[in-house]
Design a protein around this ligand. Structure first.
Ligand code: AMP
Length: 237
């Protein structure tokens, strides 16, 4: 596929990156979106942006997110459909933080098949980042975020050039509200509960890649690119 001329006739590439909080999904998704030249869609970022802008959706989900619970499927689904219907998603997109439940996975399939009815075919590929508990807790404890552009920094990976300041806009970095110990435990529990049925959903289509996420971001990226099957390789080479 010619990446520079991706258009609707070539169909959509939909790359889904799954992993627990702290697995490095955001970092990997940004990189993969850059390689594939498609947008990176993070449902968590869209929700946080709504909270920052104090929208109706933002006000409705603020407490849920602070507690580390999952936002109801209908809210997330409406928000996602609105985003993937934008023109820049015609060639595909990389999904970060979605699906979080098997119901969301089924709703996404439905939404993509409706697009296929409109002669837009899509190919889904799922990357599952497998990370040890020890590594996750270490990463989450040191994580900071820019409140303006949402860039995430860590104490072990992707450190800011000036400690405490965002490289992109110089804003003071803050800890994420939901990166506190109690909330982290709730988010990890949610993930563990939902991941098996989600993987079972995609395994039926034989499109799941399991990647060791305990390594450096760079090594994980190389691992994902090496694992991408032939028909996808053309799109990323
Ligand atoms: P993330 O940035 O992906 O870690 O998501 C942060 C929080 O946003 C989660 O703990 C949930 O409260 C909410 N969230 C993000 N994506 C979803 C989703 N697909 N379904 C439900 N809640 C979500």
């Amino acid at each position: 596929m010619n990446k520079d001329n991706k258009d609707e006739n070539e169909g959509q590439v939909v790359l889904i990156v799954l992993g627990p909080p702290g697995a490095g999904k955001g970092t990997q998704c940004k990189m993969l979106a850059g390689v594939l030249r498609v947008p990176h869609i993070s449902t968590g970022d869209i929700l946080r942006d709504n909270i920052c802008r104090d929208t109706r959706l933002g006000r409705g989900v603020k407490k849920i997110m602070e507690d580390g619970r999952l936002v109801p499927d209908d809210h997330v689904m409406n928000m996602l459909i609105e985003r993937i219907e934008e023109g820049d998603c015609a060639g595909g997109f990389v999904l970060d933080g979605f699906p979080r439940t098997p119901e969301q996975a089924a709703l996404l399939d439905l939404c993509l098949s409706e697009q296929e009815d409109k002669k837009q075919s899509s190919r889904q590929l799922v990357v599952r980042l497998v990370v040890s508990q020890h590594c996750l807790l270490k990463r989450l404890a040191g994580r900071q975020i820019c409140p303006v552009c949402q860039t995430v920094y860590g104490i072990h990976q992707h450190q800011p050039r000036t400690p405490g300041k965002c490289d992109a806009d110089g804003c003071s970095l803050i800890a994420r509200q939901d990166d506190r110990e109690k909330t982290i435990a709730e988010r990890l529990r949610n993930f563990e509960e939902q991941i098996s049925p989600i993987i079972a959903h995609y395994a039926k289509h034989g499109c799941v890649l399991e990647i060791d996420g305990d390594r450096s971001a760079h090594e994980v990226t190389s691992g994902i690119l090496r694992a991408i099957p032939e028909d996808w390789r053309a799109a990323v080479s």
